[in-house]
Design a protein around this ligand. Structure first.
Ligand code: E4P
Length: 212
């Protein structure tokens, strides 16, 4: 199971990388917009820290411009993966890029049918947004189950990224279901380590030691 951080914040990435548990990073235009500095330089710095897949999203709506943008972003580092929204233009661009061995993370996926098309078009990664489905009372976990079955049924090489993670329970569910990758915000990474009994246990051990 791979764990990715869903952020463009260098401080957060450096911190989780030090834990020895960080396999990759996903960014998106909203996350990038929160950071100060040059877009490409930030991406380069992220790649240098992570040394694993770093998703950078295209902004163009049409396939020709998506491909152009993707090729330009790919020059930043060998670790860049191109994030492309799941649209008809997105599929066309993914088809072209996958033939040129440029890895695509097809994003904004909300249904099994979208995932089938993304896998067929050659996306290396497929990102269903679980939290945003949950937000509209449409259980995201069911979509994850369907997509994992479909990828397994046909041996598609695409890897599923469980995205739009809202809380640590999503991470547990992803792991039980066998999601290949989970991408989560820093806040969720941090809450995974926390348990009140761990804190109480440390305190009790130290108190007993003081009393010796
Ligand atoms: C994934 O790649 C996306 O960047 C992300 O998970 C979106 O999550 P949100 O719904 O919390 O914005």
């Amino acid at each position: 199971m791979k764990l990715y951080l869903d952020t463009a914040n260098i401080g957060e990435i450096k911190e989780i990388a030090q834990w020895g548990v960080l396999d990759g990073v996903t960014t998106n235009p909203s996350l990038m917009s929160r950071e100060k500095g040059d877009y490409r330089e930030i991406l380069k710095e992220i790649c240098d820290i992570v040394k694993g897949p770093v998703s950078a999203e295209v902004l163009s709506p049409n396939s020709a411009d998506m491909v152009k943008e993707a090729k330009d972003l790919s020059k930043i580092s060998e670790h860049i993966v191109i994030k492309i929204p799941c649209t008809i233009d997105g599929l066309k661009a993914t088809n072209i890029l996958s033939q040129e061995k440029i890895r695509v993370n097809m994003t904004l996926i909300f249904s099994a049918n979208q995932a089938i098309l993304a896998a067929k078009a050659g996306a290396s990664y497929i990102s269903p947004f679980v939290g945003r489905l949950d937000d509209i009372a449409n259980p995201g976990i069911e979509v994850i189950k369907d997509i994992l079955d479909i990828l397994n049924n046909y041996n598609f090489p695409s890897r599923l990224i469980f995205a739009s993670v809202r809380h640590p329970e999503h991470v547990r569910q992803a792991a039980i279901l066998g999601a290949h990758i989970v991408t989560m915000p820093y806040r969720v990474f941090s809450s995974m380590i926390k348990h009140p009994l761990t804190d109480i246990g440390i305190e009790r051990f130290l108190n007993d030691w003081e009393k010796r």
